[in-house]
Design a binder for this molecule. Structure first.
Ligand code: ADP
Ligand code: MG
Length: 621
């Protein structure tokens, strides 16, 4: 009995876009389907290690492409793990993975370009509808007697029917669209397989009316020596394992020999994957043991801060017949992880020195992820600090810490930093004024992760990291090195400043932690800073946004004693004593500092009233 079901709404939308896509490179559908078939075979082979009865009777796995000129169909058939009825419905009717929403949003743009990313979003199967107006899937799961047929024209609904079939595995029949019937031509199929699937470690066979021909060499690409792998093969392999369509930025193909033996073929993608900041922080490096695929979900294999790596690691030493869970805990995994980490960081360091511009591209894509290692992996901290790059007030482009230290002023011991949402916001901060006037370089940190590693790392070599938005930024002790620089901070603090500060403290009361005179400002009258030892203001804001922080600690209002407004207020206080005008001014100064920090005012109505009466007094005078 056929049962009709509706696609999940997202799938319907996706299918509609896919079916009407103008994307010209439709042959990618074959890569997606072959890749699924190959995964299914890997999984069955792995399962047979512990349950031999579930494996293929002859132990051989393969994918067959079977065109049928009369029926105008192309069938892709595998003897992999197969799917149960529930799995057919789940896998081919819904979108399981997070991030699909992002993909759909992407598609609203340039539909031509974006469809090409289909595989990356874990929805590769649906690409079949680029070339077919009807798709029939017959599947029987290993260990199950009953097979099921899934069928759909991609227009909102699909049917699932119990059917009989002798073989375990999956058979996907594409009823080719009128203008896509090229995909029945053997020459066309051979060509596509050559470009897309030559590296697949599984035989891909063309079946022409019962006559079979192997289309690929079916040897795992990574087991060949480096010189035997062409750049094209390597790129295609990357694209398949990474579900990517770009060029790899870096390829690391090597064999580790010695105490532990493994081959690895790893890639750093050329562009940023959409799910890089998924909270699960999962990597996608596939683990093989002596050419047998084991899992792509071994968290211990690759540190989370290298999760941008794609590719395979094939171990010679790990036992095959243990469960994935036991595998995680195997000490050999930790050894491989260590070896791979060292190797990858070493290669990155080489790139950073030899090709700084290329490295800058890598850093833009993955720097924020790599920095997670600064607080997660003490052992690699120095290596990671060496690899880190920053925007800075003292250099165009990106700078390293080594270079920053080389430019430090006489008397400067700390590395000054400011954290903000964007470099532009950082540059607008009044706290930078004094540093700018003295020509002291400040690193602009704009990744959320910066708030976490900075307090943990604390130092680069002997130099402390210090935020300019904190109290105690000791500008006075640093020489500007520039004789013509304004010596404002050395000018005596005007008389009356002390009284004004006392008045501000009294008026603002609990709204601030303290009010102080500062030499860090040159243009602004006031700014807010976090007190020494308190949480950085940007971090506090970040946590508040994510509802991770109940009560923010109070800030210090710093006052520039040389600013004409402050000078005027101090004089006024000396002449006439306190009054409503000075009180209004006190609150306006605080609100002004809040606005510059990009904060919402706690009482905008009061602010507007004070501003109005202040202007009124000004006009009356
Ligand atoms: P992905 O491969 O990224 O998971 P797809 O849309 O390509 O996304 O496939 C969805 C799911 O359908 C797969 O994860 C797999 O569970 C199942 N599937 C697809 N093709 C096959 C197949 N030939 N044999 C067994 N399962 C399959
Ligand atoms: Mg797939």
């Amino acid at each position: 009995m056929a049962e009709t079901r509706s696609f999940q709404a997202e799938v319907s939308r996706l299918l509609d876009i896919v079916a009407h896509s103008l994307y010209s490179d439709k042959k990618v559908f074959l890569r997606e389907l072959i890749s699924n078939a190959s995964d299914a075979c890997d999984r069955r082979r792995y399962q047979a290690l512990t349950e031999p009865l579930l494996g293929a009777p002859d132990g051989k796995y393969r994918v067959v492409l079977k065109p049928d000129q009369a029926a105008k169909t192309l069938t892709i058939l595998d003897n992999g793990i197969g799917m149960t009825e529930d799995e057919l419905i789940e896998n081919l009717g819904t979108i399981a993975r997070s991030g699909t929403a992002a993909f759909l949003k992407n598609l609203d743009g340039d539909a031509k370009r974006d469809v090409s990313q289909i595989g990356q979003f874990g929805v590769g199967f649906y690409s079949a509808f680029m070339v077919a107006d009807r798709v029939t899937v017959v599947s029987r799961k290993a260990g199950h007697a009953q097979a099921h047929q899934w069928e759909s024209d991609g227009k909102g609904e699909f049917t699932v029917t119990p059917v009989e079939t002798a073989e375990v595995g999956t058979r996907i029949t594409l009823h080719l669209k009128e203008d896509e019937q090229d995909y029945m031509l053997p020459a066309r199929l051979k060509h596509v397989v050559k470009t897309y699937a030559d590296h697949i470690a599984l035989p891909i066979v063309l079946d022409e009316d019962g006559k079979e021909e192997a289309l690929n060499s079916a040897s795992a690409l990574w087991t060949r020596s480096k010189s035997e792998v062409t750049p094209e093969q390597s790129t295609e392999f990357y694209r398949q394992v990474a579900h990517a369509y770009d060029e790899p930025w870096l390829t690391l193909h090597y064999k580790a020999e010695g105490v532990i033996e493994y081959t690895s073929m790893l890639f750093v993608p050329g562009s940023k994957p959409f799910d890089l900041f998924d909270p699960a922080r999962k990597h996608a490096v596939r683990l093989y043991v002596r050419r047998v695929f084991v899992t792509d979900d071994c968290a211990e294999l690759i540190p989370a801060y290298l999760r941008f790596l794609k590719g395979v690691i094939d171990s010679e030493d790990l036992p095959l017949n243990i469960s994935r869970e036991t595998l995680q805990a195997n000490p050999l995994i930790a050894k491989i992880r260590h070896g791979v980490t060292k190797r990858v960081l070493g290669e990155l360091a080489k790139k950073a020195t030899d090709a700084p511009e290329e490295y800058a591209k890598f850093w833009e894509n993955f720097g924020a992820v790599l920095k997670e290692g600064l607080y997660e992996e003490f052992e690699q901290r120095d290596a990671l600090l060496g690899l880190a790059r920053f925007r800075s007030t003292g250099a165009d482009g990106l700078t390293s810490l080594e270079d920053y230290v080389g430019r430090m002023k006489p008397g400067q011991t700390a590395i000054y930093t400011i954290t903000a949402d964007t470099p532009e916001a950082a540059l607008r901060s009044p706290q930078l004024e004094g540093f700018r006037a003295k020509g002291i370089e400040v690193l602009l940190l704009t990744d959320p992760v910066d708030e976490f590693w900075l307090p943990m790392v604390a130092k680069f070599k002997e130099h402390e990291f210090r935020s300019v938005t904190r109290g105690g930024a000791d500008l006075g002790t640093i020489e500007s090195g520039d004789k013509d620089a304004p010596k404002q901070d050395e000018a005596p603090v005007p008389a009356g400043t002390g009284d004004l500060i006392a008045l501000l403290k009294l008026t603002l009361g609990q709204a601030v932690k303290d009010v102080r005179s500062t030499d860090r400002l040159t243009e602004s009258a006031v700014c807010l800073v976090a007190d020494e030892g308190d949480m950085d203001m940007h971090l506090a804001r970040l946590l508040k946004q994510h509802k991770q922080l109940g009560e923010e600690s109070k800030r210090v209002l710093e006052v520039n004693p040389h600013h004409p407004l402050i000078v005027r207020l101090a004089e006024r206080l000396g002449q006439g004593g306190t009054g409503p005008a000075l009180e209004d001014a006190a609150w306006l100064l605080l609100d002004q500092a809040r606005i510059v920090e990009g904060e919402a005012l706690p009482d905008p109505v009061a602010f507007a009233k004070r501003l109005a009466s202040c202007l009124e007094r000004g006009l009356a005078a």
